[in-house]
Design a binder for this molecule. Structure first.
Ligand code: OSB
Ligand code: MG
Length: 372
C-alpha cells in the first residue's frame, strides 16, 4: 500500500468515573487518533499517551510534534508490503514509541481491510473469545472500592486488579480478600515503592495475589529482579518493558514471572508480537494491558489478546465502563461469563463513528507531501 496522507486529531472524551493511580487522578482523556490514507481502505490507530507525562515521558504535545515533524514525513509517499515494515522507516527517531504505535497500528488496520481478513488473524491470533479483567482505580473510601468490585464480579469479570500506593495497599487488599477469598486478584503500584519497602511488600504475599504489577521504578529491571527473589507473589512488569530486549532482560534475570503487553508502550503491533513470542518461548504468560482507550484502541487490544500466549485475563473491558458513548459501533460488550467474542469480519471488526469523532475533535491536521 502507498501512504498518501496521514490525519492526526485530538479528541476529548470525559470518563464516566474518575480514574486514580499512584501518580494521580484524571476525569477525562485527550486522545490522539491517526488516520492513514492510502490507495486502499483507510486505517485508524489510537495513541495511548495521556495529556501529562506521568505514566510515561510521552504526552499528547510530544506525540503531536513528533508525528508532524518526523514520523509522518518518514512514511509519507512510501509503499509498504506489510504494515510492520514501517517500523524500520521510523527507526531513526529514538523513543517516542506511543507515537510510532499509533501510525503502525493504523497501517495494520488498513492492511487487514485491504487483504479482507480480520486484524486478529493478520496478527496471528487463534482465540475465538478472550477473557476480561478490570482495573479499578483508587477510590475515596474502601467501602466505595468494595462496592465497585462487587459490581464488576456480578458483571462476570474474571480478574480484579486494584491500584495501590503507600497508605492504600495492605489494608485494602486484606478487606478484599476477607470478603472474596477465592477470586483472581492482583494489584498495580505504578512504581509507588522502592527497595526500602521490601519488608512491607513481603506482607502482600498474605493476600495470595495473582501478581503485583510494577512495584518499583518505571525504568527499572535490575531492582525488580532483587525484589522478586524476596517475594512469593509474582511480579508483573508494565512500565519497564518498552521493547523485546527489555523483555529478554526481565525474563532472563527473573525480574518478573508475568508480563503486561501494551501495544502503545512497546511501539506497535510488531514489537508486541516479538515480546509475546519471546515470553512464549520462555514459558512466561502475558496479558494485554489497557490505557483507558476509546473503542479504536480497545478493538486493537482485543485483536492482540487473541494470540496464544495471552493466557491471563487482560485489562480489556466493556466500553460502558469508561464512556457514555464510544466512538465505535457496536460498542465493546462483555458477556456474563466475562469474555469478549471475537468477530470474523475484515479489519478491526467495528464501525468507526466518524460523525461523533468530528464532534469530539479539538484539533485536526492532515499531512501529505506535495509535488511528488
Ligand atoms: O498501569 O495499567 C496501568 C491506566 C492508565 C495508565 C496506566 C495503567 C492504566 C490501567 C487501566 O490500569 C487499564 C484499563 O484500560 O482499564
Ligand atoms: Mg500497569
Amino acid at each position: 500500500m502507498k501512504i498518501d496522507a496521514i490525519t492526526l486529531r485530538e479528541m476529548r472524551l470525559p470518563l464516566v468515573h474518575f480514574f486514580e493511580t499512584s501518580f494521580g487522578r484524571i476525569h477525562e482523556r485527550h486522545i490522539l487518533l491517526v488516520t492513514v490514507h492510502s490507495d486502499g481502505p483507510e486505517g485508524w490507530g489510537e495513541c495511548v499517551a495521556d495529556n501529562a507525562p506521568f505514566y510515561s515521558s510521552e504526552w499528547t504535545a510530544t506525540v503531536w510534534e513528533t508525528i508532524k515533524h518526523y514520523l509522518a514525513p518518514a512514511v509519507l509517499n512510501r509503499t509498504l508490503d506489510r504494515a510492520g515494515d514501517c517500523a524500520s522507516l521510523m527507526a531513526r527517531v529514538r523513543g517516542h514509541r506511543m507515537a510510532k504505535a499509533a501510525i503502525e497500528n493504523a497501517l495494520w488496520d488498513a492492511e487487514a481491510k485491504q487483504r479482507n481478513i480480520p486484524l486478529w488473524k493478520l496478527l496471528g491470533g487463534t482465540r475465538s473469545e478472550i477473557e476480561c479483567g478490570v482495573s479499578i482505580g483508587i477510590q475515596d473510601s474502601i467501602e466505595q472500592l468494595l462496592d465497585k468490585i462487587a459490581i464488576e464480579l456480578a458483571a462476570g469479570y474474571r480478574r480484579i486488579k486494584v491500584k495501590v500506593k503507600p497508605g492504600w495497599d495492605l489494608n485494602v487488599l486484606e478487606c478484599i480478600r476477607s470478603r472474596w477469598p477465592a477470586i483472581l486478584l492482583s494489584c498495580d503500584a505504578n512504581s509507588a515503592y522502592t527497595l526500602d519497602d521490601i519488608e512491607h511488600l513481603r506482607r502482600f504475599d498474605a493476600s495470595r495475589l495473582l501478581m503485583i504489577e510494577q512495584p518499583l521504578w518505571h525504568d527499572d529491571i535490575y531492582c525488580h529482579a532483587k525484589l522478586q527473589r524476596e517475594l512469593k507473589t509474582a511480579i508483573c512488569l508494565d512500565e519497564s518493558i518498552t521493547n523485546v530486549r527489555d523483555a529478554m532482560q526481565a525474563v532472563e534475570t527473573g525480574a518478573c514471572r508475568i508480563l503486561n503487553v501494551k501495544v502503545g508502550r512497546v511501539g506497535g503491533f510488531s514489537e508486541a508480537i516479538n515480546i509475546h513470542d519471546l515470553c512464549a518461548a520462555h514459558g512466561v504468560p502475558v496479558w494485554c494491558g489497557g490505557m483507558l482507550e476509546s473503542g479504536i484502541g480497545r478493538a486493537h487490544n482485543i485483536a492482540l489478546s487473541t494470540l496464544q500466549n495471552f493466557s491471563l485475563p487482560g485489562d480489556v473491558s466493556a466500553s460502558q465502563r469508561y464512556w457514555k458513548e464510544d466512538v465505535i459501533e457496536p460498542e465493546v460488550k462483555v458477556s456474563p461469563q466475562g469474555t469478549i467474542a471475537i468477530q470474523d469480519v475484515p479489519g478491526a471488526g467495528y464501525r468507526i463513528r466518524t460523525d461523533l469523532i468530528e464532534k469530539l475533535t479539538l484539533r485536526k491536521e492532515t499531512f501529505r507531501t506535495t509535488g511528488k
